[in-house]
Write a protein that binds this ligand. Sequence first.
Ligand code: SF4
Length: 342
Amino acid sequence: MSAQPILKVEGLKKYFPVEKGFLRRVVGQVKAVDDVNLEIAAGETLGLVGESGSGKTTVGRCILRALKPTQGSIQFQIAENRIVDMAQLSDRELRAVRPQANMIFQDPFYSLDPRWTILDIVGEPLKLANLAKGKELEDRVAYLMEVVGLEAKHLRRYPHAFSGGQRQRIGVARALATNPRLIVADEPVSALDVSTQAQILNLLQDLQREFALSYLFIAHDLSVVEHISDRVAVMYVGKIVEVAKRDQLFFFPKHPYTEALLSAVPTPDPDVEKERIILPGEIANPADPPSGCYFHPRCRYVKAICRDEEPPLREVSPGQWTSCHFAEELSLAGAPQQPHGA
Ligand code: SF4
């Protein structure tokens, strides 16, 4: 993995208690995130992909401390030579660190308060962090509007006056307001139509170059993360089952779950035929996961050992980590194109 990560997550767990009865006795745990390790380098985008219920959003919320992790460390480099463990910070310490890491939310229709003007919405993080007020704050918001491709003269309008794509630009401006080093983008384009998706993805890439941002880009669909990610991690039932450089993962997947997700990615060439792998059943219940490999009830390559022994996440080729007993033996189908530059 990267030599100088801006973010290093180790052994991250987030369990939610299952309570029962009048006395709310704890009878189990939903292991939403279960021993996740990941790193993001300065200026890098890590795509985090998995079905609904895989735990990817919970990882993002733990990193930003919207949720307190059950266990693990979240080393975040907030300045040159200054690293903090987000998992251990008190509320007071968090307030000082929060401007360095922000979130872009999925739904631009519900994530913006309809009673607030754009000036209120984009300026709020600056106010909360005591970074600007009055004319200085207004100038900063006007600047941010232009940075995200909107007109500064509209900052006293309300969200309903903007289209879905424009609202997501407002969400991006808000995330940028405090000059963060890290942005967690949680399905930032999944509520938008395809052409607007491409515009927002291009904007995020331009902003990354301009402001040296690092992104954790969460999506349920590999096709969305393909063009924006440097590396991609795939989650299944609270665990990372594969992580690799983008081209490694797309063209040479080593985990059967990655292969199935890739089979759903549309090909640009309609003459290219490929098999769509329909996984049987639902994603496993994190409160009662299967024995052995959590993916075994849905895996087309399952063997006896898969039901008994959990495969560890291990490096199967340089930079590619996979948790499958048969990663070296299986010949899995990747995306049909050739790797960039090949
Ligand atoms: Fe499939 Fe077995 Fe590999 Fe799990 S360990 S992904 S069940 S082949």
